[in-house]
Design a binder for this molecule. Structure first.
Ligand SMILES: *[C@@H]1O[C@H](CO)[C@@H](O)[C@H](O)[C@H]1NC(C)=O
Ligand SMILES: *[C@@H]1O[C@H](CO)[C@@H](O)[C@H](O)[C@H]1NC(C)=O
Length: 598
């Protein structure tokens, strides 16, 4: 019995380390490329910014076939949210200035009259602007009502950061007026149709409404934190949640309603909406379509299955193994291909779900999500499986491998220079359409964070997941004001040049037995490339805190773990997941990471 038990763990351990090594190293290599890829596309000093104004984010430097040298409110907001979460998780304070420039640019864009209207007359729903901050006046699918909600969410995330740094007055004076305009737009217009995130369908979009619900909930919370209020948020959020329930059709989340587009409704719009409203403090709630909810898992299966038979590069891949994911099966743009950001989103939802199960300490298999789990664990039946049970272990390791499979698909079709395009060919995987798509890079950053268990802040789902029993059509007029104070106080230190190498001190609190040594091993050569023979030993000068300082290039992202080498040569690994670290890029030539044995 004891032997069986330990060999089971050894087998799982080997699989985890060998099976994931290549995805681990791809993620560690691609993460800094993705971060740089985002920064390259932001004016005024991005290497590829095509002359964009300060804080303006271009969708891609591609100037023709397609020309994406515009700034989209949606893409930019999702990107800044990713950078803000990256800043908070990794302490990379060099990003503060970039985010502040973006916010100042949005203060200006909000006031630019455009074909959708002016500041208080619908203009915030304009999907894109020229990169010199003038209005784009050509014909387009407008308005798009997700932009203001996503921008509010990004600015709220950064506001929380500022508050945590004691800069509440900056939030009150500079950021809140911009957020308030966006929240007011949402409460006024959520119950009117608009174009979806793919800019093709006019109707009511799941992605848009889910983002709007979240923005109003956390907008109201932020308001009360800074001595303001948002009663119009409070009146409209439950109504949006009520309406959202209509997108569940019993098997999957239908992408758009109040439209007649002749499509199946299977659309990555849904998975993107699910990861955008992930709340690490939430249960597996169906009403808000949390990543681990039965609805979102069933939807994951139906959506990803819809691409299995229509892309040649997916042929022969069995059920339960990851495939390339496109926008929707009826897509004909560039002949309809898989997209990097949608394939990464399919992985991210599963990493989010793994995080939620580990918090909840159980997994429930029911009639709604049974088909999803059946693909991964064929013998599974309905029931609730507690953490620590063998079924829970089997499910989580299968879901982790399945999620990594989606990353491996992206890895397979990433060119050797790491550049991410918009799409890759459904027939041979060649990268297609816009090069250096900002959103592709941003989606890589959020996937990598989720994979490393670095979750964003809660948006308050736990007190906002009960939908009213009867829905009413409604709207509320909020408050619009021209943002006048748009210059941030200089709080971040400047230095030139920034440090190129940083001496990173790793401290690991670990109680050990005499003769043991704590070592660090990870995905980069300085940490032995996961080879335990080349692990770096820590000293016990301050036992029980073990310590070592390693010189690393600024900006390097990697994964690592501590191991305990016993006197006899035995090796004990810390438990999963791998730890994740990015060497800060800033003025300081030293940094410290404090961990404790797990
Ligand atoms: C407005 O809300 C009502 C109630 O939820 C819903 O039935 C209707 O479809 C919505 N219309 C639009 C365009 O959002
Ligand atoms: C690490 O721990 C030391 C000692 O407790 C503390 O002084 C330091 O601020 C910590 N650093 C970080 C980055 O947490």
């Amino acid at each position: 019995m004891v032997n069986l038990f330990s060999s089971f763990f050894i087998a799982v351990g080997c699989f985890a380390i060998r099976g994931l090594a290549s995805v681990d190293s791809y993620v560690a290599t691609e993460d800094p490329i993705a971060l740089q890829g985002v920064l390259n596309n932001i004016g005024p000093s991005g290497a590829e910014d095509q002359g964009a104004a300060s804080g303006i984010i271009i969708a891609s430097p591609s100037t023709n076939n397609p020309n994406y040298v515009y700034t989209w409110t949606r893409d930019s907001a999702l990107t800044i949210k990713a950078l803000t979460d990256y800043l908070i998780a990794n302490g990379d304070t060099s990003l503060v200035a970039v985010i502040e420039q973006y916010i100042s640019a949005q203060a200006k864009l909000q006031t630019i009259s455009n074909p959708s209207g002016g500041l208080s007359t619908g203009g915030l729903g304009e999907p894109k602007f020229n990169i010199d901050e003038s209005a784009f006046t050509g014909s387009w699918g407008r308005p798009q009502r997700d932009g203001p909600a996503l921008r509010a969410t990004a600015l709220i995330a950064f506001s929380r950061y500022l508050i945590s740094k004691g800069q509440t007055s900056t939030v009150q004076d500079i950021v809140w007026p911009i957020i308030q305009n966006d929240l007011s737009y949402v409460t006024q217009y959520w119950n009117q149709t608009g174009f979806d995130l793919w800019e093709e369908v006019s109707g009511s979009s799941f992605f848009t409404l889910n983002a709007q619900h979240r923005a109003l909930v956390e907008g109201s919370t932020l308001a009360s934190q800074i001595g303001k209020s948002c009663s119009y948020c409070d009146s409209q959020a439950p109504e949006i949640l009520c309406f959202l329930q209509n997108f569940w059709n019993g098997q999957y989340i239908t992408a758009n309603i109040n439209t007649n587009d002749g499509r199946s409704g299977k659309d990555a719009n849904s998975i993107l909406g699910v990861i955008q409203t992930f709340d690490p403090a939430a249960a597996c709630d169906d009403t808000t379509f949390q990543p681990c909810s039965a609805r979102a898992l069933s939807n994951h299966k139906v959506l990803t299955d819809s691409f299995r038979s229509i892309y040649s590069i997916n042929s022969g891949i069995p059920q339960g193994s990851a495939v390339a994911v496109g926008r929707y099966p009826e897509d004909s743009y560039y002949n309809g291909n898989p997209w990097y950001l949608n394939t990464l989103a399919a992985a991210e939802q599963l990493y989010d779900a793994l995080y939620q199960w580990s918090k909840i300490n159980s997994i429930t298999v029911n009639n709604v999500n049974l088909a999803f789990f059946n693909d991964l664990v064929p013998s599974i039946s309905t029931g609730t499986y507690a953490a620590g049970s063998s079924t829970y272990a089997a499910i989580t390791s299968a879901v982790k491998a399945y999620a990594d499979g989606y990353v491996a698909v992206v890895q397979k079709y990433t060119p050797s220079n790491g550049k991410l395009y918009e799409q890759f060919s459904k027939s041979d995987g060649t990268p297609l359409s816009a090069i250096d798509l900002t959103w592709s890079y941003a989606s890589f950053l959020t996937m990598a964070a989720a994979r490393a268990g670095q979750v964003p802040a809660s948006w308050g789902e736990a007190s906002a997941h009960t939908a009213p029993s009867a829905c009413v059509a409604s709207s509320a007029v909020g408050v619009y004001s021209t943002p006048t104070d748009t210059v941030f106080p200089s709080s971040s230190p400047t230095c030139s040049p920034i440090a190129s190498t940083v001496a990173v001190t790793f401290n690991e609190y670990a109680i050990t037995t005499y003769g043991d040594t704590i070592n660090i091993v990870g995905s980069i050569s300085q940490l032995g490339n996961w080879n335990t023979n080349n692990a770096v030993p820590l000293n016990a000068n301050n036992y029980p805190t073990w310590s070592v300082t390693v010189n690393l290039p600024a900006g390097t992202s990697f994964q690592y773990k501590f191991i305990n080498k016993g006197a006899s040569g035995s090796i004990t690994w810390e438990s999963d997941p791998n730890r994740f670290y990015t060497v800060p890029t800033g003025c300081s030539t030293t940094a410290t990471e404090n961990d404790s044995w797990r």
